[in-house]
Design a protein around this ligand. Structure first.
Ligand code: SF4
Length: 293
């Protein structure tokens, strides 16, 4: 397989066959992100011949994956035509594949009409993982997300209309201590407006060499402590009105791993968080050394 640079995928795609169709991220400006900072990860679209050779390799290997994930960072930025060609080839050559997943965001989804998205869905695109990060436009601007809260909501509606599952990622602590409260309340609000079937909450980690790290060193950004992050998580779980959502905070970065079905498990989640917040016993949180990005 032709893999260039470090390959990332959502935790829930651990069993999926990874097919790299683009390298890096076409945006590559989010201030906390160091995923595609290596020299060989500059954004590019991989040639069709390379992608086709990888699909053939999987088809000829005897391995029969049920799921595939198209890498890298925002592969949905590819044109509908290119994506259709890839999905058609997967369908023809590896018929065991039942679902294809991809990273996308407001920029890549809103470039496509509902009809185009339906076309992709009909060819097997089943889920889009979308780093929304925050519902606060001020936070989104500070982190150079490249899209607004309103655009994120429009993204959710467009994917829903096309019948594509939407997995939303939000980041605890990404607004810093200063915007912590507004970040949490606005994130609850945007989740209510988006009403996605999946939400993953990650904990912001300041990675050396990133613009967020520079802001931290300059005293312009302060990462909330674990208790303030838990406060944010509490606000989001309490205030987001979701119809039927698998809400997870079990990413390696989190201090408190939770798996909740919202709204059913809302009280259970809040009670646990309240107990931890009242005791403030660090041993109730994941050990700092066990946390990952
Ligand atoms: S869109 Fe995603 S991959 Fe690209 S810079 Fe932002 S966080 Fe990183």
């Amino acid at each position: 397989m032709d893999y260039i640079g470090r390959i990332f995928r959502p935790p829930s795609e651990a069993e999926s066959m990874l097919l790299q169709v683009t390298v890096g991220c076409s945006h590559n400006k989010c201030t906390y992100c160091a995923m595609y900072s290596d020299g060989d990860q500059k954004f590019k679209v991989k040639p069709w011949e390379t992608v086709k050779a990888d699909i053939d390799e999987i088809a000829n290997s005897g391995y029969q994956p049920r799921r595939m994930f198209l890498c890298d960072g925002d592969a949905l930025i590819l044109s509908t035509n290119k994506l259709c060609k890839i999905l058609e080839e997967i369908r023809t050559s590896i018929p065991t594949v039942r679902r294809v997943g991809i990273y996308g965001d407001a920029r890549s989804v809103l470039k496509k009409s509902v009809d185009e998205l339906k076309q992709l869905k009909d060819l097997g695109l089943g889920i889009v993982y979308h780093g929304v990060e925050s519902g606060s436009d001020q936070v989104l601007e500070n982190i150079c997300k490249g899209s607004t809260a309103e655009q994120a909501v429009e993204t959710a509606h467009r994917l829903k209309e096309a019948g594509i599952r939407h997995s939303v990622i939000v980041m605890l602590g990404v607004g810093g201590t200063e915007l912590s409260e507004i970040h949490a309340t606005e994130t609850a609000k945007i989740l209510t407006a988006m009403d996605p079937p999946f939400v993953g909450a990650l904990t912001t980690t300041v990675v050396p060499g990133t613009p967020m790290n520079a802001a931290q060193l300059a005293g312009e950004f302060t990462l909330p402590d674990p208790w303030q992050m838990l406060d944010e998580l509490r606000t989001i779980i309490d205030k987001a009105e979701l119809t039927r959502c698998a809400f997870h905070s079990n990413h390696a970065s989190n201090y408190l791993p939770l798996r909740l079905n919202l709204p059913t498990d809302r009280e259970k989640g809040l009670q646990l968080i309240d107990e931890i917040l009242s005791q403030r016993d660090p041993s109730m949180l994941k050990d700092e050394r066990l946390r990952g990005l």
